[in-house]
Every structure is written in structure tokens, then in C-alpha cells.
Design a protein around this ligand. Structure first.
Ligand code: 5AD
Ligand code: FES
Length: 347
């Protein structure tokens, strides 16, 4: 096997055999990363131009019933202060975002039992009727098919649910027994059945993760064919069992962004906050390697530090307006522009 032949094959066929993915990951060099990034950036620009879609992220609850071992807001962490935004606070955050130009909102939260369908559906309806020209993405974790159907009927159009890892062994190492990979994958298919455009994804450099695992994640994504894929480096949180594990690297995350772009030229592919956290120019590098979405924070400033999935998260002190100002300067510094539209997948 030869690295350059494999990159050519990926470029031509938009996929690879498992062994080829593994080879491409194991034998990566600065040169292969550069080549992949050049091809990926070119393909992204053919479809989306030098545009990056901002999605305003509203982290509306940090209560969570789960205990994902890597996550700072897991239920068993007693050291964080828990909050829930009211419907009014959520609508205010959207209004604030709308006035700054946003036409795409993401409502994200832990798996908070308080937000039953009877409480969540009216919130989604309120955002939908107040801002009918905006796209609503939900990220509320695992729920039933019926729940997904109600949330879709209420106006939700996209749903983010990272599969985290498709390896049952690694999934078991990262999650308590009460959680199941099978159920998570079922949720993704249920979301599609309910009519959502779906986003999945995984962490890069999660404790115990191998390059073989990542190759399997790529093959799973190939099969699922989601509209969006969010990947970011694992970053340790000091209250978790993985506190002493090293972060994932920007280098490998960016390499995978390029591979994902070459697998689906139309994919909505965020350059994530976690990537910007481990490398001060991580988000810019992600865009230059094929990413085309950013998700700046629109949550009220006083709760931001409490939505700490990992340590040293950036943008927790800035007002929404400062954040979008900073981000648009960063995007412009690399010759790109923010596009304040719904930012649809263009098949
Ligand atoms: N480091 C990086 N990403 C994390 N996530 C949760 N905890 C961490 C961490 N410690 C990611 C998960 C989840 C998303 C919302 O945040 O992949 O799906
Ligand atoms: Fe939020 Fe820079 S993008 S402060």
C-alpha cells in the first residue's frame, strides 16, 4: 500500500477499504495531511465557496441523567452548579442572536428529565413561530421515536447526536453499563425516520481509542450518510476519571476533517470549539482543511462556564456579540466569510 495511491483512491471513490483507512491514519505525515487538506478545501469551496455557516449554540440545561465517563456535566459530578434556562431566556438568547444576524440555532442540553416532551415541545414551537425564517437544530440526546416525531412536528429540523465511537469495546470503556451503543445507533435511525436531518460524530483521541477504532467510525459514517458530522479532540475534565489522560491532537482531528470532507463533499462539517480549545488557531485550521460550520455560543454569559464538558473551554467569558465579532475576524483572516443563512446541506 502506498499513501499517495490511497489518497487518490479516496479522492476518486469517496471511500476506502478498512485496511486503507487504517494505513492512511497510521502512516500520516505532514505531507499527506497537506495533500488531504488541499483536496478537501477545494471540494468544500466548489460547493460552498469560501463561506462558513455560523450556528448559534444555546446550551439550555446542564442537568444530565447520564454518566459518560469523559464528560464534565455527568450526573455524578457534584462540583458544578446546575442550571436550566426558562423558555423566555431561550427566546431572549435567540433574539439576541437574530439581531446579530444568526438564522440558525442549536438548542443543546444534557439529558435532562425535566425537559419531557410536554415541556420541550412548546419551547421548540415558540422558537419556531417567533423565528420562522431560522433553522432549528436540536441536541438533546437519546429519546424515543415518538418523542423525536413530536419534536420534529414542533419545528425541529436537524438533530445532533454523536455516536461517540462505533467500537463496542471502547463504547463500554467510555460509558456506564446503563448506556448502550446499540440504542444510540437506533436513535440515529429513529431520528431520520422522524424526518430530521441528522448529525453524528465522535471524539478524537478518546482514552483507549485506536486508529482502527477511528477507521471503523469513518466506515460507520459512510453507511449512515448523515448530513452533518461533528468531531473534536477529547479534552480531559478535572472532575472525571480521565482527568490525567492527554487531549486528542489538533493534527489528527484536522486530518480526519479532511478525510470526512473527501467522503462527502456536501457534508456540514463544523470546526469545533474543542478544536479551538486545544489549538488557538484550531478552528481556522479546520476550515482550511475542509470544515464549513462554526458554532459560536449564544448562551447567557453567566451560565457559560457551567456548561463545561471539558477543561479550558474557550469563549466562556465573552458576550455573544464579542464572540461573533472575534470569530468573523478570525474567519476573514484566512480569506473566508461567515454566511448568516440557514446553511442547508446542498445535495
Ligand atoms: N472532551 C471533548 N469532547 C467532549 N464531549 C463530551 N465530553 C467531552 C470531553 N471531555 C463531546 C461529546 C458529546 C459532545 C456534546 O461533546 O462527543 O457528544
Ligand atoms: Fe468566541 Fe473568539 S469566537 S471569543
Amino acid at each position: 500500500m502506498n499513501l499517495w495511491n490511497i489518497i487518490d483512491a479516496l479522492y476518486k471513490n469517496q471511500t476506502l477499504e478498512r485496511e486503507e483507512f487504517i494505513f492512511l491514519l497510521k502512516n500520516r505525515t505532514e505531507e499527506s495531511a497537506g495533500r488531504l487538506a488541499d483536496l478537501a478545501r477545494e471540494e468544500a469551496q466548489k460547493i460552498y465557496g469560501k463561506k462558513v455557516f455560523p450556528r448559534g449554540l444555546i446550551e439550555f440545561t446542564n442537568y444530565c441523567r447520564n454518566n459518560c465517563y469523559y464528560c464534565g456535566i455527568q450526573a455524578s459530578n457534584p462540583n458544578i452548579s446546575r442550571y436550566r434556562l426558562s423558555e423566555d431566556q431561550i427566546l431572549n438568547a435567540c433574539q439576541n442572536g437574530y439581531d446579530l444576524g444568526y438564522r440558525s440555532f442549536v438548542l443543546q442540553g444534557g439529558e435532562d428529565p425535566y425537559f419531557s416532551d410536554d415541556r420541550m415541545v412548546p419551547v421548540v414551537e415558540a422558537v419556531h413561530t417567533t423565528f420562522p425564517d431560522c433553522a432549528i437544530t436540536l441536541s438533546l440526546g437519546e429519546r424515543s421515536l415518538e418523542s423525536y416525531q413530536r419534536l420534529h412536528a414542533a419545528g425541529g429540523r436537524r438533530y445532533l447526536l454523536r455516536h461517540e465511537t462505533i467500537s463496542p469495546v471502547l463504547y463500554g470503556r467510555l460509558h456506564p453499563e446503563s448506556m448502550s451503543l446499540k440504542h444510540r445507533v437506533q436513535c440515529l435511525y429513529d431520528l431520520r425516520e422522524a424526518g430530521f436531518q441528522i448529525g453524528t460524530g465522535f471524539m478524537v483521541g478518546a482514552p483507549g481509542q485506536t486508529l482502527e477504532d477511528l477507521a471503523d467510525d469513518l466506515l460507520f459514517i459512510r453507511e449512515l450518510h448523515p448530513q452533518m458530522v461533528g468531531i473534536g479532540p477529547f479534552v480531559p475534565h478535572h472532575d472525571t476519571r480521565f482527568r490525567d489522560f492527554p487531549s486528542g491532537t489538533a493534527e489528527l482531528t484536522i486530518y480526519l476533517i479532511s478525510i470526512l470532507r473527501l467522503m462527502d463533499h456536501h457534508l456540514l462539517l463544523p470546526s469545533t470549539t474543542a478544536l479551538g480549545t486545544i489549538d488557538p488557531n484550531g478552528r481556522e485550521k479546520g476550515i482550511l482543511a475542509g470544515a464549513n460550520v462554526v458554532m459560536p455560543n449564544l448562551s447567557p454569559t453567566d451560565v457559560r462556564k457551567d456548561y463545561a464538558l471539558y477543561d479550558n473551554k474557550i469563549c466562556t467569558g465573552e458576550e455573544a456579540a464579542e464572540c461573533i465579532g472575534c470569530l468573523s475576524r478570525r474567519i476573514e483572516s484566512i480569506g473566508y466569510q461567515l454566511e448568516f443563512s440557514q446553511g442547508n446541506y446542498r445535495p
